[in-house]
Design a protein around this ligand. Structure first.
Ligand SMILES: *Cc1c(COP(=O)(O)O)cnc(C)c1O
Length: 431
């Protein structure tokens, strides 16, 4: 894997000192689209897809992009055209996927707390399969399938009970005691339930270990555990299994982390999977889009407080929650190069002390009015943004070569109050 592609710096270069995304200047985009805005590189997403697909050529596989990392419709369309399927975790994401042109057969429906309504919607859309997280969900899904006269294809989300090293507690999902998946010891009994349900077909086994995983070890250990379950089920006469879904979690580079080698990844994994004859399914989110996007924000004020320099910007935790929620690092550079350097807290305008993009960061000495680029914000960026402090959501821009377009308009004040009912209908006894 080439370094430039991984860090995104290959597409985010400088021309005349000004940062470009592919062939377009970020200053030019900000002048038209305003700030804060997210800017995504289509070329980077194509590269990532090609890298993963290339690494998996030796095994029958399906790549289902995890929509929750970035649900932008233009990006979904791009990935669909490349041949990706999607992995959704809610009725809302299913709606987005269908709207972007994915067919039911391209969609995996996961999530730890699907409602009866969401299960119904998944069945009506005829999704490829549901990743089911408990026996109770299996039984509910089977009952709804009976009502609709359909068969529910299910894969069991196994908690492989593997401890991973991840950047933050909140992004580990496959450990003993986690809320996700079926505890390893209970998978075979649950599989027998699935086998015996009249409107259910057990088509796969699934795991998702966590996010931003640097080591290949847990994938290997988890896959081995899934393979063992598959063999045990076959011995019991289950002959309907088709998919071995190893989830998402592939890491991207934010700072100077060393990343897993994809060739090695497939060399380690493929033999075990091949032995089962099952199709390998992956659900990458961050890997596909993380390095493809940046958040462009304008510096509003520069002030000193407590012997510290603060850069107050027009973006903060409402636009990019990762620094304050996960203590995540995002590289920040001035869009127009500056020669001096400074150390500052880069903060947002929100009335919270936890509202920051970076703390004690050395960066170029910028001034009010200057633009900053917050790198590698393509995954878990815009999707986690909020309207807190009545802040309209930012615009999203897609760049493709020398062309660019606003693909999501900035929200307006009217959007903030659209669902409020000034004259509500009261229920209950009149006082
Ligand atoms: C979030 C999630 C993914 C994607 O994780 P990444 O780290 O973004 O690749 C895949 N599968 C499931 C079930 C998830 O919840």
């Amino acid at each position: 894997m080439g370094q430039s592609v991984l860090t995104g710096t290959g597409v985010f270069r400088r021309e005349g000192g000004v940062l470009q995304c592919e062939g377009v200047s970020l200053e030019a985009i900000a002048a038209v689209a305003g700030t804060p805005c997210y800017v995504y590189s289509a070329g980077t997403i194509r590269d990532r897809y090609a890298q993963l697909a290339g690494a998996l050529t030796d095994v029958p596989h399906r790549i289902h992009y995890t929509l929750k990392a970035n649900a932008n419709a233009a990006i979904l369309r791009l990935l669909r055209e490349l041949g990706a399927g999607v992995d959704v975790v809610s009725g809302g994401e299913l709606h987005r996927a269908l709207r972007a042109g994915f067919r039911g057969q391209d969609i995996i429906f996961g999530g730890v707390g699907k409602t009866a309504q969401e299960l119904r919607e998944g069945l009506e859309a005829d999704v490829l399969f549901f990743n089911v997280e408990s026996e109770a969900e299996l039984i509910l899904l089977d009952r709804i399938a009976a009502e609709l006269g359909r068969t529910a294809r299910v894969s069991l989300r196994v908690n492989p009970e593997i401890t991973v090293e991840a950047a933050h507690e909140y992004i580990k999902t496959g450990q003993k005691g986690a809320k996700f998946g079926i505890p390893y010891d209970e998978v075979l009994p649950a599989a027998r339930v699935a086998r015996d349900l009249p409107n259910t077909e057990l088509v796969g086994l699934d795991m998702h270990l966590g996010s931003q995983l640097f080591s290949l070890e847990p994938y290997l250990a988890g896959t081995e555990r899934l393979v063992l379950l598959c063999l045990a089920l076959r011995r019991e006469g289950v002959d309907t299994l088709r998919y071995l879904d190893i989830g998402g979690g592939l890491a991207v580079r934010y700072e100077d982390e060393s990343l897993p080698d994809l060739t090695q990844f497939s060399e380690l994994l493929v033999p075990g999977v091949a032995q089962t004859g099952l199709q390998l399914v992956m659900e990458p989110g961050r890997f596909m889009v993380g390095n493809s996007g940046m958040l462009v924000t304008r510096v509003l004020y520069r002030k000193r407080s407590g012997g510290k320099e603060h850069l107050v910007c027009d973006a903060g935790m409402t636009e990019l929650l990762r620094p304050s929620h996960y203590n995540a690092y995002h590289r920040i550079e001035a869009v127009r190069a500056r020669s001096e350097v400074m150390v500052a807290d880069v903060v947002g305008p929100v009335c919270e002390s936890g509202d920051f993009l970076a703390l004690d960061r050395q960066l170029e000495a910028v001034h009010p009015g200057d633009l900053l680029a917050v790198f590698d914000a393509g995954a878990y960026g815009y999707v986690m943004s909020s309207n807190y402090n009545a802040r309209p959501r930012a615009a999203e821009v897609l760049v493709d070569g020398d062309r660019w377009a606003v693909v999501t308009a900035r929200e307006r004040y009217e959007d903030l109050v659209r669902h409020e009912l000034p004259d509500p209908e009261w229920h209950g006894k009149e006082r």
